[in-house]
Write a protein that binds this ligand. Structure first.
Ligand code: FAD
Length: 404
């Protein structure tokens, strides 16, 4: 039951067609099966295979590389729909999307033609790795490092943390320190395109020196794996420095922060999607459940909850699409992406909590979908920068733009 708040749509024909197609896929394939994969904490392989057939791994990849060539705004609409079904499914494509963005924007021609066609079909999937056991928000504090040998190849060492798709991916875009003495520190960082065997814990041969410890056990966001990655003498040829062996060295931090802007729009869209699902569940349950002789939806206190949920979702959706449109127009959108991520992720959590309250005791039962949403929603407050970090970005940008 998708809830339309108004007949007016700001979508183009292409956007409407593709979101309707994805919505149908979500209603038929994702929502009925999410509980099973969540409960088992197993990778939803059959759903992912269907997503490959639908072309969902290549939405933003240019047609010349086999993708659909659509923009970030359309992608955000798709992610909203997928997340309405289950945010773990959007997690399977999210880091892949960030990796393809990095290649499209900063990759050499050889890097693009080597990776993008296989990424467009989903034959290979990408992960994105900044965080470490001791570092998340303060990215400039990473300790993992890479040193160039006399033959030009790089040796990578260090431990990465919280890598979504860390085991099933074939390629990881990883940030390493390449000049520990650089001032400021961000100028001494480089992004490496590290290849690996998918689903293999210990890599050998060309990929020796990269191991994937057992997946991290989580409260929610099940099905898609989050892992550590251990680089221990992993060799990376110079042509796998993002942007090329000479041009790309020292550019990693700037490249990754650019990618985080689109990543934040992506997380914002996930917040809107999970909030939308919470509203749908609340609307249905509140008309079914009766107290004091009438459906609880007839009590004004419940109607106010529904009204607040719908209003906040609409606002979060609009700011998310605005941030996406700015990026599509080639504008810097860090302020807007920060606002979208902050508002939509907080809206996701608030709407899920309100829906949980509306379900009374049944909200606490695993029989009801809201229980899964309640465990999934908090992730959105953390990933791609916490709410505190978004407020820091927004505050800094506001003062820059309005300096007296
Ligand atoms: C399920 C999951 C999947 C993830 N996937 C990925 C991934 O694919 N790739 C990846 O690189 N990372 C990933 N992450 C990591 C995520 O990006 C980090 O957890 C996040 O950036 C926060 O970092 P941290 O956990 O180290 O918290 P910390 O940085 O240690 O922060 C702890 C607390 O302090 C607050 N804080 C920190 N600095 C300040 C400050 N200056 N002022 C005020 N408050 C502050 C934070 O907001 C937070 O509340 C994932 C995390 C999770 C949980």
């Amino acid at each position: 039951m998708a809830v339309e708040t108004a007949a007016y749509t700001e979508q183009t024909d292409v956007q409407r067609d593709i979101t309707e197609m994805v919505r149908q896929f979500v209603d038929e394939q994702i929502i009925p099966n999410a509980e099973h994969y969540d409960h088992e904490d197993s990778f939803p392989e059959p759903i992912v295979e269907q997503m490959k057939e639908l072309g969902l791994f290549g939405v933003t990849i240019p047609e010349e590389y086999g993708g659909m060539g659509l923009d970030l705004t359309t992608y955000a609409m798709i992610v909203e729909e997928l997340s309405r079904g289950w945010i773990s499914i959007s997690g399977v494509v999210n880091t892949h999307f960030i990796g393809s963005y990095l290649l499209m924007k900063f990759g050499t021609d050889e890097q693009k033609s080597h990776f993008l066609p296989k990424m467009a079909t989903g034959e290979i999937r990408a992960a994105f790795s900044l965080s470490e056991p001791e570092v998340g928000s303060d990215v400039q504090g990473i300790k993992s490092s890479a040193r160039q040998g006399e033959d030009g190849s790089w040796e990578l060492n260090g431990q990465k943390m919280w890598v979504t798709n860390g085991l099933g991916s074939s390629v990881v875009f990883v940030l390493m320190k390449t000049d520990p003495k650089a001032e400021p520190a961000y100028k001494g960082m480089t992004c490496f395109i590290t290849e690996k065997e998918p689903w293999k814990e210990v890599n050998e041969g060309d990929y020796a020196g990269l191991t994937v410890p057992p997946k991290i056990k989580k409260m929610g966001y099940k099905g898609v794996e989050s892992t550590e990655l251990v680089y221990d003498g992993y060799r990376c040829p110079p042509e796998r420095v993002l942007g090329g062996g000479e041009e790309g060295v020292g550019q990693g931090f700037v490249q990754m922060m650019d990618a985080l802007e689109v990543g934040r729009v992506n997380v914002a869209a996930r917040g809107v999607g999970i909030a939308q699902r919470a509203l749908e569940l609340a609307l249905r349950y509140s008309q079914e459940r009766k107290t004091f002789g009438k459906p609880i939806a007839a009590h004004q206190a419940i109607q106010f909850k529904l009204a607040d949920m719908a209003t906040k979702i609409e606002a979060a959706r609009l700011v998310t699409r605005k941030a996406a449109r700015l990026k599509d127009a080639g504008e810097r959108s860090d302020l807007e992406a920060g606002m979208a991520k902050l508002l939509a992720s907080e809206t996701g959590k608030e709407c899920v909590e309100e829906c949980f309250r509306i379900h009374g005791g049944y909200g606490y039962s695993k029989e009801y979908e809201i229980e899964r949403l309640y465990r999934d929603a908090p992730l959105l407050l953390i990933g791609e920068g916490t709410s505190e970090i978004q407020r820091m970005v927004i505050g800094k940008k506001l003062l820059q733009r309005h300096k007296i």
